[in-house]
Design a protein around this ligand. Structure first.
Ligand SMILES: [Fe+2]
Length: 343
């Protein structure tokens, strides 16, 4: 027994001392992605990336705050290479917590200055606009103007929007604070809550469905959810999409609120080359154009094409407030939503 164990040990040491044989394939390359995104098309993109590069993407899905807490706990021992969110606020929070690292110019240069961290710790991968969706039967486009106007009593009982626990609403209110101050933002949240046709519930898609069903006349939603309903396999979704229209608010002033989905390479990553390769893949013209036509999020690369649906919605002026405002005013936004009773 002892002899065979010794022999095995010697054989092991001997093998370890030998250079790798040419016919032994290297271990498969991979990277670990911590992501808040919950879109089916992301899996297709990960498979395409693996086919192209041989790099497998192992995914951990959770909320942004949960993933940030996990990264903090794991520190340098983390397995994570890339942190991805569906909201710019989460990315900036991770950066401010010292969890991300600067990216190479080859990645940063793909994205306009306004859609990446000035210190290069994160980049946007897609852009989204948070707009007003309305019933053209019950609302004339001339009655719509700004987010601010949704506080007007003329909308009493006519508006639906999802819960304030959602990052999209928190980031919207954060930019409202940046533009108008905290006091005005609090008053706005209180008045909008009073105008709601029902307590906040469901997803952005459910708000669009509520307008289509006549439960409300206006909703706040990200644009791509309308694209997804329009192209859904479910005829009820397609009917709902056909019953509403999109309005881009604040075109005369600061512009429509935009948010991003984006990513940053994790500080403790041991596979920065793989992580960077994945970002380069996602920011290629080809994949950006594909994202626009599959998820209806806007591309961040200027040479990528919009989908036919987005072209029909039309061009719009986007709010130019730096995306760091989403994180910097997040705690205040949450506090104001609670004070307003916006569940
Ligand atoms: Fe979303």
């Amino acid at each position: 027994m002892i002899r065979s164990a010794l022999l095995a040990l010697c054989a092991g040491l001997f093998a370890a001392a030998l250079p790798a044989r040419a016919d032994v394939p290297p271990p498969p390359k991979s990277l670990v992605l911590y992501t808040q995104r919950h879109y089916q098309f992301d899996e297709t993109l990960q498979k395409m990336f693996q086919e192209k590069t041989g790099i497998r993407v192992d995914v951990v899905k959770a909320g942004a705050d949960e993933l940030i807490a996990r990264l903090q706990e794991e520190g340098d021992k983390t397995e994570a290479d890339l942190f991805m969110t569906a909201d710019g606020g989460g990315l900036e929070k991770a950066k401010q917590a010292g969890l991300l690292q600067p990216h190479a110019e080859v990645v940063l240069s793909r994205v306009p200055d306004t859609l990446r961290d000035p210190e290069g710790h994160w980049v946007a991968l897609t852009k989204r606009a948070r707009v007003i969706v309305y019933s053209p039967e019950r609302v004339k486009p001339g009655e719509l103007s700004t987010y601010e106007d949704l506080a007007d009593p003329k909308w009493r009982g006519r508006l639906v929007v999802r819960s304030s626990a959602n990052a999209y609403n928190q980031s919207l209110l954060a930019t409202f604070i940046a533009a108008n101050g905290a006091e005005a933002a609090g008053a706005w949240a209180t008045a909008v809550r009073k105008n709601m046709a029902r307590p906040p519930q469901g997803s952005d898609r459910d708000q669009i469905r509520a307008v289509a069903a006549g439960l409300a006349d206006v909703a706040i939603s990200n644009t791509y959810y309308l694209g997804l309903l329009e192209t859904s396999e479910d005829p009820k979704d397609r009917e709902a999409a056909a019953a509403v229209k999109i309005f881009f608010p604040n075109q005369e002033g600061r512009g429509t609120h935009i948010n991003i989905s984006g990513a940053g390479i994790v500080k403790g990553s041991k596979k920065t080359a793989e992580a960077q390769a994945f970002l380069e893949f996602l920011l290629s013209d080809e994949i950006q154009t594909m994202i626009a036509s599959e998820t209806f999020e806007y591309p961040v690369v200027e040479s990528a094409a919009w989908s036919a649906v987005q072209t029909r919605w039309g061009k719009f002026k986007a709010d130019a407030v730096p995306l760091a405002a989403l994180a910097n005013h997040n705690a205040e936004a949450v506090r104001l939503f609670n004070l307003a009773g916006w569940e």
